[in-house]
Design a protein around this ligand. Structure first.
Ligand SMILES: [Zn+2]
Length: 338
């Protein structure tokens, strides 16, 4: 099946009232775990690559791997660029065949310094014009998340302003909007289980009321399961105690317009737990496949759990994937198009 676009997959998720997991990929085992999970529970899935992933695996390499996964698969798979730092990076991804890109104009091109609003509107709009002309979807970001991911992030939190969100969507024409509600990138999100005061879930409700047609994206939405942290530490790891975003909070977001949920850390933790345990239990083993198989299985399990929790399981066959050509026609009449 050809790759699906973010716009179509999230439009369908809105109709069905569920959220779609967006899982980060850096290598073959992660990809096979993620796509294997989606196949098993019949969920649409977003596979995303950060700039760090592209430089780790090689952009062309990773693209071919994901194209191969889509060819062999019968479920909708979106290939998405996570946190594009500048329009040129997004254009490069579009040329490579990505069906969706994120232009993160909430930060300057250094990926660290918070930008001003006009800059964000300007770079995001440039990307939307180029992307929609090719049928490719765009995610923008308004407000900044805490934490640092693959060297990306200012470490400062600026919550999204709902009125500004309305203006931003109008001016840029983005398909999806990443909102900052107090989550952070990385494994160390919260020092205690976050409550309603820590996570501004009311902002999601407010933005959804003002922008019912815009799909919201929750970044930094790993749940950081304590049992994975414990397994890693029991197998010789040294992770500090930490809390992620509770699945119930994500489910509440999904009830109010969150359609894309970014999960990276949980997969990393699952893989690390499986690797440490297998290496410890088999000290004489030196065939890498003996370690990578359980790691791939661990990534798959975490993804299946999230796909079920976000309500996406069982929805893979609800629709026929539209080609980029068909999406191009759909965008042709929209206010922000080339
Ligand atoms: Zn992110």
């Amino acid at each position: 099946m050809p790759l699906a676009t973010l716009r179509q997959v999230l439009d369908e998720a809105a109709k069905g009232g569920y959220g779609v997991g967006a899982f980060n990929v850096n290598n073959m085992e992660q990809l096979q775990g993620i796509v294997g999970a989606a196949e098993e529970v019949q969920a649409p899935v977003i596979v995303q690559c950060s700039r760090g992933a592209l430089s780790y695996a090689g952009a062309n390499y990773i693209r071919h791997m994901i194209m191969a996964a889509a060819e062999d698969s019968s479920i909708p798979i979106v290939l998405h660029l996570d946190h594009g730092d500048k329009p040129e990076t997004c254009f490069m991804a579009i040329d490579l065949g990505f069906t969706s890109v994120m232009m993160d104009g909430s930060l300057l091109a250094d990926g660290k310094t918070p930008s001003d609003y006009e800059y964000n509107v300007d770079v995001t709009r440039q990307v939307v014009e180029a992307a929609h002309a090719k049928g490719v979807s765009v995610e923008g970001e308004l407000g900044t998340l805490g934490g640092i991911e693959d060297g990306h992030g200012s470490g400062e939190v600026h919550l999204t302003d709902p009125d500004q969100a309305v203006d931003f969507v109008e001016q840029t024409g983005v398909d999806a909007l990443a909102v900052a509600i107090g989550t952070s990138h990385g494994a160390y999100k919260f020092t205690a289980k976050p409550t309603g005061d820590v996570l501004a879930m009311n902002l999601i409700e407010e933005i959804h009321q003002k922008l019912p047609e815009t799909h919201m994206v929750m970044h930094g939405s790993s749940s950081v399961p304590p049992e994975l942290v414990e397994r890693i530490n029991n197998a010789g790891g040294k992770l500090e105690s930490t809390f992620g975003v509770p699945v119930e909070e994500i489910q509440q977001g999904i009830r109010h317009g969150v359609r894309k949920v970014n999960v990276d850390t949980d997969g990393r933790l699952a893989i690390t737990a499986a690797l440490r345990e297998t290496l410890n239990a088999n000290p004489s083993e030196f065939d890498p496949r003996a370690f990578f198989k359980p790691a791939r299985e661990a990534q798959k399990q975490v993804c299946m759990d999230r796909m079920q929790q976000f309500g996406a399981a069982g929805h893979a066959g609800d629709y026929t994937v539209l080609s980029l050509e068909e999406m191009k026609t759909r965008y042709a009449g929209s206010p922000v198009s080339a």
